[in-house]
Design a protein around this ligand. Sequence first.
Ligand code: FMN
Length: 181
Amino acid sequence: MRVLVSAASRHGSTAEMAAEIASVLAEAGIDPVVAPPDDVHSLDGFDAAVIGSAIYVGHWLAPARDLVERLLPELAERPVWFFSSGPVGDPPAPIEEPEDVAELAAQARARGHQVFAGRIDRQQLGLGEKVIMAALRVPEGDYRPWTDVRTWSEGIARALTEEKGAVPGAEAGNGPQGETA
Ligand SMILES: Cc1cc2nc3c(=O)[nH]c(=O)nc-3n(C[C@H](O)[C@H](O)[C@H](O)COP(=O)(O)O)c2cc1C
């Protein structure tokens, strides 16, 4: 089973989350392919997809939004999960979900949209970003919840393996525990 894992990231922290999601899927016997959104032009050969983005000023980054809009029909006929990374601090803020994602998730028939906390590394920020962060008093730090990311990814792996076992005519016994439905 091949699964696309594609995330838009400006400063790398969301890309690292995509890599972690892929590594959990691989541990479960799934074949993940990690690719930046701009490099994905078709879902041919993929059984499912996990699409994510960092949140900037309340929105997903354009490459992730464009990917979903470009491949909407293909996404809608496969199992798809969305994730976002953004809120920082303890407790993480802001709590609002990115504005455009609920509609995209509905159109793509995503099975879920999970928001994870993110990372702010001042040294990586551009001048404009530093100004915004200072004005909003956003705390610096790495708040990414790796255990939650792994647990969420394990749930995706479980759903995919169980469904594969449930499809009539699908190869039985190839799940991580050799499960059949
Ligand atoms: C200028 C700027 C605006 C941001 N706006 C939001 C926001 O509206 N909502 C949010 O949850 N996080 C926001 N963040 C936090 C980022 O989403 C967070 O740092 C994320 O982990 C960055 O991911 P990346 O390293 O993949 O680019 C913002 C960060 C910056 C620098």
